[in-house]
Each structure stands twice: as C-alpha cells, then as structure tokens.
Design a protein. Structure first.
Length: 136
C-alpha cells in the first residue's frame, strides 16, 4: 500500500557553513526522497524559540535556539513513502557519536548540538513544522 508522506528537514548552520548542502541533498535523493520545497534562510532567535518550543524546559534550550539562528539554514519539505521514519533513519541518532554508519549525522555531525540536520519526529509534527516554514 502506498503511504507517501512529507516531512520537514533542516540543514543546520554547522553544515551550511561547511558547504555540505549539496552533499546532504544527494544523500536524500539517493535514498529516494524528492525535495518538493526548499529555501535558504536565516531566522531570528525568537523564531527558533517558537520552532523548538517543545524543548523549552530543557537545559540546552537557550543554546539550541541561539545556535539555530546563528547562521543560514536550508529548510526543505522532503517526500517519499513513510518519509517521517525514513528521514529519522537517514539522519541517525541525535548524538553523532551514537549514529549508525551511513547516516547523515555519522558522516557530518560534529557534536550533539552541531549535528547537521533536523527532522520532524512524527507525522503530526511534520505537518506543524512544514506549516511553520512554508505556510504563506
Ligand atoms: O534532533 P533530534 O530530534 O534528534 O533531537 P531532540 O532531542 O529533538 O533535540 C533537538 C536538538 O537539540 C538536537 O538535534 C540537538 O541539536 C539539540 N540537543 C542538544 O544540544 N543537547 C542535548 N543534550 C540534546 C539535544
Ligand atoms: Mg526532535
């Protein structure tokens, strides 16, 4: 049964800064993802705080929001069968040290905070996050 989904991916500042945008997009395309929307932007810290609101009680919240707004990011809507889970698999574990071979974070992540990519963690959050960046 076909289960085409869309999810939100962000290439984070550490990866954009190292010019990894094209390499990371190739990893998505090689896994069968279609990039249906994309834009390179820099967001304000207040926007990052809204985006990461689920983490507002975490000790890393302030640094996380400062970091996401510290430089250009590439925000993408990516699509394939079971895209939400497939993207989480391709990203790898939050901490690059724990990420499996072949994942984006294993290949490019620097540290738990500079881990190169964001991906929605559920179908509901994918819809919310896609709207956050692409609702006009
Ligand atoms: O990004 P992911 O969904 O894998 O992880 P998360 O638990 O939703 O955390 C969001 C982001 O916060 C991570 O991607 C890290 O960049 C950052 N983080 C951090 O800096 N320190 C932690 N101990 C946990 C997460
Ligand atoms: Mg998350």
């Amino acid at each position: 049964m076909s289960n085409l989904e869309q999810t939100l991916s962000i290439i984070k500042p550490d990866a954009v800064e190292r010019n990894l945008e094209n390499e990371i997009k190739e990893m998505f395309k090689n896994k069968g993802f279609n990039i249906v929307k994309e834009k390179k932007i820099q967001i304000e810290k207040a926007e990052a705080e809204k985006f990461y609101k689920v983490h507002e009680t975490k000790p890393f919240y302030n640094d996380l929001c400062a970091y996401l707004s510290s430089g250009p990011i590439v925000v993408m809507v990516i699509e394939k069968e079971n895209a939400v889970l497939a993207n989480r698999d391709l990203m790898g574990a939050t901490n690059p040290k724990d990420a499996a071979d072949g994942t984006i974070r294993k290949k490019y992540g620097i540290s738990i905070d500079k881990n190169s990519v964001h991906g929605s963690d559920s179908i509901d959050n994918a819809k919310i996050e896609i709207d956050f960046f692409f609702k006009d």
